[in-house]
Design a protein around this ligand. Structure first.
Ligand SMILES: [Mg+2]
Length: 154
């Protein structure tokens, strides 16, 4: 599964927008450069979920790597909490979802994705298969008219 060109455009426009916002707001150019550096490897490249999974796991360092479902599962919950903390502060301070705030939220989303990929790897599953099976489940629920409500078996 690849990002389509529209999604890539939205993703790659984040550092540019963030940079404009930083400079207009008087923030130093250093934060813009940091943003550019951290997103620049997205430019002009496409990546499948499976390529991401393989590269991401290549950066994994935790005990019993390859036989440890606990560590990435706890990490996933922790990173989801970090994302939620940014969103919470938007609400608390009545902030707009400006490019800088989007950057922070998307950065945490990337951390969530890393742990999701690690969990898939620990389960011996391709991340693309996880995505396909999730879509199939949701589309079946939609067809049955059970996408609303709760419960895993709908
Ligand atoms: Mg994080």
């Amino acid at each position: 599964m690849c990002l389509d060109s529209s999604a890539r455009h939205r993703l790659t426009s984040i550092p540019v927008l963030a940079g404009c916002w930083c400079l207009k707001g008087g923030a130093n150019a250093r934060s813009w450069l940091w943003t550019l550096r951290n997103f620049s490897n997205f430019w002009g490249s496409e990546m499948t979920f499976d390529e991401y999974q393989e590269r991401a796991f290549g950066t994994a360092i935790y005990p019993d790597l390859g036989e440890n479902i606990y560590y990435p599962s706890m990490g996933l919950a922790a990173e989801a909490g970090e994302l939620l903390n940014h969103v919470k502060k938007l609400m608390r301070d009545r902030l707009d979802l400006n490019p800088v705030n989007k950057y922070h939220i998307l950065s945490e989303l990337g951390d969530v994705l890393w742990y999701a990929a690690a969990i898939a790897t620990e389960c011996g599953e391709k991340l693309s298969e996880v995505a396909k099976k999730n879509l199939a489940k949701l589309e079946a629920r939609k067809q049955r008219g059970t996408i609303g409500g709760s419960g895993e078996e709908r």
